[in-house]
Each structure stands twice: as C-alpha cells, then as structure tokens.
Design a protein around this ligand. Structure first.
Ligand code: DCP
Ligand code: MG
Length: 379
C-alpha cells in the first residue's frame, strides 16, 4: 500500500500547472463531492476568505490526475494537497458509495437556496444568505417581494432569469461568437476576437461567453472597448454593461504585481463587490442576440475583454483559465521562479523587469513548464 501511494506521489506533481488536467477523468464521483464541499465553504466563508474551499478544490484536482478509479483510500492518503477532511470524504465514498456529510449538505435548505439565489446574475453569496435569512425560498418569492430592496443588476438578473440561468451549449456559443465578430469587424476592422474561458478549454456548456479582443495597433486597443460597446449599444444589442476602463498602465501593473492578480470577492457593507483581478478594459454584459433564422433573441451573459497587443498572450492564458490553473501558475511562478504572472505580463521579482512573449508557448517556456493545451488546463 505504501508503495502504491509512493508511485502516485511521484507521478502527481506539486502544482497543477505542471501536468495536464482533462475534463474527462476516472473519478468524477469523488471530485463532484469535493467540489460541492468547495462550493459550500465558499458560500459559508464569503466574509473570511476561502481557505477551506480552496483545500477541497486542490484535493479534487489531485484526484483528477489519478490514472484509474480509486478503490481503496490508501491509494490517495499521501498524495499532494489532499487534507484530512478530504481523505475522510473519499473514504466514505470508496466504502459506502456516498458521503453522508456531502449528501446532508446537498439536501439542506440553506445550501439549495444559496445555489438557487447565487444563480441570479448580480447576486453573490452575501446577498443570497441575506435573502435566505429573511425567509425567501424561491425565485418567484424574490421576484414578487414588495419589501426587498434590489440593486439594478439584481433586478435585471431576475427579469431575465430564465434566459440567463441556462447553460450555453458549444454550438450556441459559436453562433454568439459569429454575431459579435461581425459587429466588431464592422466598427473596428482587423480586430482579433478570440473565444476564451471554459469554451476554449473544451467545456460542453458555459455560463457565459468570454471574448478577448486585441488589435495589432496599440493606439486602437486603447479605445477599442468603448468603440465596440457603443457600436453594440447603437445596434440595441446591449441590455446592460458593467464597464471598467483606463486602469491598464505598466507602472500600475508593476506596483501591484502580486496583489492585483487575486480573484476575490469582498463584502462592502451589505453589498458584494467583485474586486477586479486584472486591469484590462472589460465589459460584463447582458446581451440581446438575434439569429438570422429565429426571431426570438437570445439573452446571454457576454464578457468582452480588451488587451494591448504586447499583453495579448498573457491575457489569453489568464482568461482561458481555469481559475485553479491560474492560481497554481501564480503560486508556482512566485515560489519556484521568483516571477509574478498576471494577465498583463511576467515580472521578475529579483531582476525587477518584465518578460516579453509572442505566444502562450513562450510563457510556458519562460516559466520552464511543459506546454499545456487549453483543454489540458481544466483543473
Ligand atoms: N478568471 C479568473 N479569476 C476570476 C474570474 C475569471 O482567473 N475570479 C479567469 C479564468 C476563467 C476565465 O477568467 O477561466 C473566465 O471566467 P469565467 O467566470 O467565465 O469562467 P469559465 O469560463 O472558466 O467557466 P464558465 O463556463 O462558468 O463561464
Ligand atoms: Mg466563462
């Protein structure tokens, strides 16, 4: 048993970014349970940070790397980054088929409501918890409440709930990409539009469409987002856009080179505000997309991100994700290479200078990592 575990330790690297993680693996029954616990602690810990949540995600990623189905808990006992709590959950699943702890959470009113309410665009865990504590249990009760004070985004999230809560299949993502590409080429010719996020990693369904835009001329990317958003608005394709512009300068990037990359949610009074994890120009949109063959428009979440040409490969890696892949890349780079990686560049902490890259492969080379295809970054 010891030998078996030692063999696995040798195969499974310390950082997710050092090995391929595919969507399909041998232990989905275990990773699904661990990721439910991740979500549970994200819901619970939204004010304190999510270290316990992170531990379950890391354990799940390690399990995804195993070459076969786990049949005995000894096989996973000494692997990288699987904590005691995860081990006990895995043990239950291996022995009994399910974990009572996980099933209790899954069936609990609070967890079910948190999942339901956070599926409303504009509603984070803090708001969801508040709605639950006020006695709300269904979307309809929220929609028809006369006492609840809702922010504008939440009102829209509820108004378009049916459309926005659907997960988007790949063929529909492709239709949306084509519609937006056509508009972008009309208003800003020669702009490059790349679909990133889960779609680029090969996921069959996505919760939104993430599009990374760039242009070979950096004087054009400086105003590209505003041009594209006003063009789409004029065409009545934008129902709502949260726009962030003008924060992207290299000095700002180097000043904040380590803190800027943290994807966090913090609570600000009663509201949950998404702290920006990079300084790229971006618009988080609710879009109305009309297809040529169908009169009923699609109402979908689309993120538009603009990056200058010299930052493009770094932004491409960052917006392709996954979030956990990005986390592991940052951790690995700092600890093993004394470099910080962001959506803007790679900064050498000791030499105090930035690296340049033309492609994603260059970035893996700079960090002395074997190249991983986007579909191998599904941690
Ligand atoms: N990202 C990140 N940190 C965040 C949010 C996003 O690093 N806090 C990066 C990694 C994500 C990518 O941006 O893969 C796109 O973000 P999404 O939230 O759209 O996530 P995905 O596209 O991966 O999944 P989904 O199918 O849910 O859209
Ligand atoms: Mg996405």
């Amino acid at each position: 048993e010891k030998k078996e575990s030692a063999a696995n330790v040798a195969e499974i690297t310390a950082y997710e970014c050092q090995r391929p993680t595919l969507l399909k693996h041998h232990n989905p029954h275990i990773t699904e349970a661990l990721e439910l616990l991740e979500k549970y602690y994200q819901f619970l810990d939204h004010k304190q940070g999510d270290t316990r949540a992170l531990a379950f995600r890391q354990a799940s990623c390690t399990i995804k790397a195993l070459p076969k189905r786990v049949t005995r808990v000894e096989e996973v006992r000494n692997l990288h980054r699987i904590g005691k709590h995860s081990i006990s959950v895995i043990e239950d699943i291996v022995l009994h088929g399910t974990s009572e702890e996980v099933e209790d959470i899954r069936q609990s009113d609070w967890f079910k409501c948190m999942e339901l309410f956070t599926s409303v665009y504009g509603c984070g865990p803090a708001t969801a918890d508040k709605w639950y504590k006020k006695g709300f249990r269904t979307i309809d009760e929220i929609k028809t409440s006369e006492t609840l004070e809702l922010r504008e985004l939440q009102k829209l999230g509820l108004l378009y709930y049916e459309d926005l809560s659907k997960s988007i299949p790949r063929d529909e993502v492709e239709v949306i990409i084509e519609i937006i590409k056509k508009e972008v080429s009309e208003c800003c010719p020669e702009t490059q539009v790349e679909a990133v996020g889960g779609y680029r990693r090969g996921k069959s369904h996505s919760h939104d469409v993430d599009l990374l835009l760039t242009h070979k001329d950096s004087s054009i990317t400086a105003t590209l987002l505003e041009s594209v958003v006003s063009h789409l608005k004029a065409k009545d394709m934008i129902i709502h856009a949260s726009v962030y512009v003008g924060q992207n300068t290299l000095s700002r990037v180097s000043e904040t080179h380590d803190s800027s990359a943290q994807p966090t949610y913090t609570s600000e009074g009663q509201q949950i505000k998404r702290v920006q994890f990079d300084h790229l120009d971006k618009a988080f949109c609710i879009m109305k997309l009309t297809r040529s063959h169908d009169k009923t428009p699609l109402i979908r979440r689309v993120d538009l991100i603009v990056t200058p040409p010299d930052q493009y490969p770094f932004s491409l890696v960052s917006w392709t994700g996954s979030k956990q892949f990005n986390r592991s890349l940052r951790r690995y780079s700092v600890k093993e290479c004394s470099k910080t990686v962001t959506a803007h560049g790679i900064f050498d902490i000791i030499e105090r200078k930035f690296s340049t890259a033309k492609t994603e492969r260059d970035i893996f080379d700079i960090l002395k990592l074997n190249y991983l295809e986007p579909w191998e970054r599904n941690c």
